[in-house]
Ligand binder design. Structure first.
Ligand code: PLP
Length: 230
């Protein structure tokens, strides 16, 4: 084993253990929390190392980087890519054929374009609607007031399958500061049809993953704790 694969493997095990412990403390089934390993800026060999340790869900933020990695790692046939960065409509074509899920849909227009591109390549792409729960200026994600219309449009759009909600709370040093925003996303899920309509809640990163799991996350997106600093 190389140093890289040992380091990534051990870090991955430690992160999984933290998630499992947080789930147990919250009385939740650890298997109900999917770890998305965020590999942005790290090379394909880091992804291979995590894959070799059993990791299957990976997140990328930049279209060009996603395309290069997805194509270079196409031999890992059961690997699932999640797009978690800001997506422009003119890049939907590049992601539609490669990802299992786009977690950052923040408009009906984006859902429609993604769906159109997915249908063209004979696929269905899972989507999460990203919500700007803290109403931060210049932040990605739809406004709370736009959510109902986007959800309804997404459900009516061929080529995309609505799976839930995603958020990135305001940056804060204290992980506990994220908790109210995670609770807010869960409350929105409950207001808009609950887990039967929106089974996935993607929230929590390296510093606040335990808070997110306690608040009901079904997906946590963790980069630094697995692959190291960027
Ligand atoms: C980079 C990124 C992550 C991972 O962040 P870490 O702090 O490295 O765990 C999660 N979600 C999104 C949307 C990101 O851009």
């Amino acid at each position: 084993m190389t140093a890289l694969s040992e380091g990534v493997g051990a870090a991955l095990d430690a992160v999984r253990a933290r998630i499992d412990a947080a789930a147990a403390r919250a009385g939740r089934d650890p298997a109900a929390v999917t770890l998305v390993a965020v590999s942005k800026t790290h090379g394909p060999e880091a992804v291979r190392a995590a894959y070799a340790r059993g990791q299957r869900d990976f997140g990328e933020n930049y279209v060009q980087e996603l395309v290069a990695k997805a194509d270079g790692l196409a031999d890992l046939v059961d690997l699932r890519w999640h797009f978690i960065g800001h997506l422009q409509t003119n890049k939907c074509r590049d992601v539609a054929g490669r990802v299992a899920m786009v977690q950052t849909v923040d408009s009906a227009r984006l859902a429609r374009e993604l769906g159109r591109r997915a249908v063209a390549v004979g696929r269905t792409v899972g989507i999460l609607v990203q919500v700007n729960v803290a109403r931060e200026a210049q932040k990605s994600g739809c406004e709370v007031g736009e959510l109902a219309a986007i959800l309804a449009e997404a459900e009516a759009t061929p080529g995309v399958a609505l799976r839930g909600l995603m958020t990135v709370p305001p940056a804060a040093g204290d992980p506990a500061a994220s908790r109210p925003w995670f609770e807010a996303l869960r409350a929105l899920r409950d207001e808009h049809g609950g887990a039967s309509r929106l089974p996935e809640l993607s929230m929590g990163m390296t510093h606040d993953m335990a808070e997110a799991v306690a608040a009901g996350a079904t997906m946590v997106r963790v980069g630094t704790a697995i692959f190291g600093a960027r």
